[in-house]
Every structure is written in C-alpha cells, then in structure tokens.
Design a protein around this ligand. Structure first.
Ligand code: SF4
Length: 466
C-alpha cells in the first residue's frame, strides 16, 4: 500500500557508559526511535577490545531478545533503525555496518543520503554485497585506517561527503557522532545520571533512557567520547543550518524537541494557523492519526468545531515483510486506518493531516470516510504542497511520484476526492517552529536545495549492481 506520508529516514543511538548495560540502553533508545525506520535494526557494542555486531531485518522488538542483549557486553554501543533510502531491504544493507580496519574495526550507523555517491563509488571500486552509501563511507574510512585512527580517518573522509548525514560510529574504545555541515538530519547529545554519554536522533530517545539533553551535535562537527570525556572537532565550516523542515511536520515524535521547541506544541500551532488561514463550516475535526493529532487539536481550538476521533490506527502493523494479498490490498487503507462509523456518519468532517506526498492514501481515506457516511470531507494539511523531490534521505526522490508536482490545489482536491482542500502556508509553518526562517531545508516545498544535487535525479538504487 502506498503511503501519503514521507518515509522516515533512520534512527540513530549511541552510548558510552562504563557502568551501565549499554546494549539494554541502546535497545530502549532504538525502541523510542522505531518510527524513524522499521525495516531493520541493529547494534554494535565494544568492550574496549572487541566489537560485536548484531543486526537483522525487522522491528526492534523482533530483532533483539534478552538472550541476544545479554551476549552484547561492553561499555560503548551504537544502534540503528533503518528505512531504506538507498539500496534494497536486505540483510547486507542492515546497519550498523562493520569493517575490519587497521588493527581493529569500525562500526557505523547513518541517517541521511549522500548526493555524491557516484564519485565516491568510482574511487572505491570493487566492494562487497552491501549497496548503501553508508557502506561506501565505512569502506572509505576503513581504507584510511590502515595507518590512521578512526578519528583521523573521519576528519579526512567526512569533508569529502556531500549530502545529508548524521553518523554514529565506534572503534574499540571511542564513540563518535557527526553531522553534515548543514545539519539536515538531527543528532543530539545527552548525559546519563551516572556520567555516561548518549547520542540520539531525537530527544524522546534521551528521555526514555533517563538522559538529560545537553546540546545538538553541531553541523560540521565530529564529537569523540571516551574515558577522557567528550571532545569536539570541526571537519567543515557550517555555511547555514538547514534542518529538514519535515522533522517538525511529520518525522519527529510529538514528544521530541528540536531547536528547543516541542514538536507537539509546534504541531498544535500549525493546526491553529491552518484554522485561521483556511476556515470551513463543519461538525467535527478529525485527525489522521497519529502525527496529525496535535494539529487537529489546534484546529479545533481556534475554529470552535469539536475535535473527535474518526479513524483508528492499527499501531502494530509496521513495515512487515508479509505483503498483503492482492484481495487484502484492495481494502487498502483499512489495514492501517479503520473508520469509526458512529462518529463519522451524517457529519461534515474537517480531516487534518500533516502532508500529502503521493495522494493515493489520502484518496482512500476520503473514499472510506464517504462510504462510512460522512456527508462532507474537507482536507486541511499542515504543510504546503510537496512539489519537489527530496535527495537528502526522505523517500520521495522523483517528481513523478508527487501528486502536487505540476498540479494546482484544485486539481489535487479533485484527485483525492475531497469537498475542499487547503494547505498551510510555508511562512506560517516556519513561524510555528519559532526558529529563524533560514534555519531549515524546505526544498521539497520551494525547490531551493541547500546542497546542489546536480541535473540528474539520484535513484534509490543507484548503487545497486544487479
Ligand atoms: S527536501 Fe524536504 S524532506 Fe528533504 S530534507 Fe529538505 S525539507 Fe526535508
């Protein structure tokens, strides 16, 4: 089933804590980051001498057991949840990647997408079965580590990468975190009560393990954490921050904070603004669960129209490897969202959602609500039309798949079958974040890419050989 939400890009977690069960902490951190990637999960742990890697296709709770966690002993660990934006869903592409390097090894987890992979791949030449840009970076680092430490290798390799990247990495003794010079993908630093350090894509993962938020890994910064504490190195100048605006709209958890702002509060404000920009007469405001819940509350608050649940989400469906049968797929959206007939029947609905990417699921939702007895369906979207592809790690990389590319709002409304359709303006959206206007990548909305992507649209499978 297609989805109208952009796909998540990956969750990262890292911990350095000599007195803690680091694999268990990483498990709970990854569990909190499950929404960022549901294809595979893994971790790499080191006891100062050996690195052990465990990774598998599936959800965090499917991949790890008490037994596997008990075998992952050490005092530093990195973890990863994956949604593929380069390469296929295969075991080889699960992360963390591991390479033997110099006299030891290195493990790496990546969130993002590089845009100069062709150039890097040509330099690397023959490689193993993995087909991701993350594997490419690991290979470059490992080659450099023949006569250098991971830190020296990183300071040499990272400046040559172009695109979006947050990394967690480790060798036998040191945990590292790095962010690309624009900081497109998030990565924060936290402190455990016992003095240990944590790295995580979102603050919600720090909360879960009891860590206190310290600060972001800065764009263009490499941090190293070992028995001497945390040290900061700069591998590139940071021209301007460009955090992905979609983190606020959809990707991040509502209970996370970015740029110091609660995503729940920002989304609620998006709903309020949308009610001011695009009012409509209706009987009930219905969120498309779960991300639009905060915004629908805001819309109801300003419009005075009662808020109500009209769709129930099956939270446990995940991205399973069991494809629905063709007959089941035809029932489409009901696998994920089921309408509540008593709430919907005979009512004029304002349906609030965070984004429309391909339009197919939105169309199914409208259809299902009508079939259930809704008399009017007015769509209100808390972001502007997505008209440009993303090359930085969110799975919408061609214009052809975007329903709003080359279509006016009225045409999209007709495509999805709604009575009315309105999007939140870009200015209002950015204002809800309370961060400066220039602090974001907004390329999928306005076509202004912070990092040049060249003439050609990169493909998800650009590195595949067969
Ligand atoms: S193009 Fe859109 S989805 Fe991609 S990084 Fe920029 S804001 Fe995020």
């Amino acid at each position: 089933m297609g989805s109208d939400h952009p796909k998540e890009a990956c969750g990262l977690f890292g911990v350095y804590a000599p007195d803690e069960e680091v694999a268990h902490l990483t498990f709970f951190g990854l569990y909190a980051l499950q929404h960022r990637g549901q294809e595979s999960a893994g971790m790499a742990v080191s006891d100062g001498t050996n690195i052990l890697v465990f990774r598998e296709l599936g959800l965090v709770s499917q991949v790890f057991s008490e037994r596997s966690l008990a075998s992952l002993q050490g005092h530093l660990c990195i973890g990863h949840t994956r949604y593929s934006t380069t390469g296929s869903t295969t075991w080889e592409n699960a992360q963390p990647t591991f390479k033997t390097a110099g006299r030891g090894g290195l493990a790496l987890g990546h969130n993002g997408n590089l845009v100069n992979t062709g150039e890097l791949a040509a330099e690397v030449g023959e490689r193993g079965p993995a087909t991701t840009d993350s594997d490419l970076v690991s290979t470059l680092l490992a080659r450099r580590m023949v006569d250098a430490s991971l830190e020296e290798a990183a300071l040499h390799v990272l400046p040559r990468l172009s695109g979006a990247f947050s990394f967690v990495m480790l060798d036998e003794r040191t945990l590292y975190g790095a962010r690309d010079p624009h900081g497109l993908r998030p990565l924060g630093i936290g402190r455990l009560p016992g003095g240990g350090w944590v790295l995580a894509s979102e603050t919600a993962a720090l909360d879960v393990v009891g860590a206190t938020y310290v600060r972001e890994v800065e764009p263009g910064e490499l941090v190293g954490i070992d028995d001497r504490g945390l040290r900061s190195m700069r591998f590139a100048e940071a021209p301007r921050p460009a955090l992905c605006l979609f983190e606020f709209v959809y990707l991040g958890r509502a209970d996370s904070r970015m740029y110091g702002r609660s995503l729940h509060e920002a989304r609620r404000e998006m709903g309020r603004q949308l009610a001011r920009e695009a009012p409509v007469e209706a009987d009930m405001v219905v969120p498309v669960p779960d991300t639009a819940t905060s915004a629908a509350q805001g819309y109801a608050e300003v419009s005075g129209i009662p808020y109500g649940d009209g769709l129930m989400k099956n939270r446990y469906i995940g991205r399973t490897f069991i494809e629905p049968t063709p007959a089941l797929r035809q029932r489409g959206v009901k696998l994920k969202l089921n309408p509540l007939p008593d709430a919907v029947r005979g009512r004029r609905l304002v349906v609030v959602d965070d984004s429309i990417v391909r339009g197919t699921t939105t169309r199914q939702i409208v259809q299902v609500l009508r079939e259930t007895g809704a008399v009017e369906v007015h769509l209100r979207i808390t972001s502007p039309p997505v008209r440009w592809p993303c090359f930085y790690g969110i799975d919408m990389s061609t214009r052809g798949e975007l329903v709003a590319a080359g279509r006016e709002v009225d045409e999209v409304r007709d495509f999805v079958g709604a009575d009315s359709l309105a999007y939140l303006s870009l200015g209002a959206l950015v204002a809800t974040t309370q961060a400066p206007k220039g602090a974001f990548c907004r390329a999928c909305f306005d076509g202004e890419y912070p990092i040049p992507v060249g003439e050609r649209e990169p493909s998800k499978f650009a590195l595949e050989t067969g």
